[in-house]
Design a protein. Sequence first.
Length: 323
Amino acid sequence: MNLQFIFVVFALSSFVLGFLFALFSYLSKRFGHKQLKIERRLLAISSEELRMNSKPLAPSLLSSNVHLNAWLGKHAFALKIQEAINKLKWEIRLDQFMLIVAILFIATDLILLKSGASFLLALLCGFISAALPPIYLTYELTKRQEKLETQLPEILDFIARAMQAGHTFAGSLQMAANESREPIASEFQKTFQEISFGRSIQDSMSDLSARINCAEMRYFAVAVFVNQEIGGNLSSLINGVAKLVRERLQAKRTLHAMTSEARSSAWILSVLPFAVALLMTIVRPDFIGVLWREPTGRAMVGYTLVLMFLGIIWMQRMAKIRV
């Protein structure tokens, strides 16, 4: 049997298995039992009417052009990107962000084509350069989310102490927001302003948990909802939630330290083939140039990149442990 045919079948099988594994991991994370239970609790307690009538983003913020603004407002991905930009407080609209991506793609293609590179190489590099702004946006969002999760136990303790001193829940939110640092200060300050203007605590807390979007914040929101429904000592309940959140963060940090060796090995194994290829291109270009000149060599490079991509995803999934 043809060796190349066997290699193609193996590569396609590996790709299908990797895709199915990634799909299963996403579905189990998004629609797991705990996640669905929390969402049902929030949905049952919060005001559904106000939630449906409230819009996540003003369409006028998407673009200064009326027609482009109307077109972008119909797509969920555009609203999500603009919402992420607003969370980071970047002074930029979605159309400007898309323009930067397009300029990077076109400029990279033109520069490489003018320098004599092949069309496929220029197209690949163009996509890579165009992906840099979204990757940077995702990176900044991840950093912001980590800061929010780290600051949450401290602000919960502050709210509990303020309520024990005799302040109301809304007043405790304002005091905690004034004494905390960004980015969590602005989120709690916004929630306090919503409550002050007459919005219910349940709706404001639902939006706060959606903006911070972590399991720890949802625990806090559910605790407030339960107290609004059946009463009780809210400060003591918040103290318990703060203790739970702090223990979860400690467990996350412990697991992060324990898996540091596996993650470092995954990074080294991911970068090493590209580093060796670059070194061989510099030292012996005639030796490695066969991979670019011959059709069989280009096919081998393509199959290898697919398998490496699947291996990188697999190693990252193995080194990542959820708490």
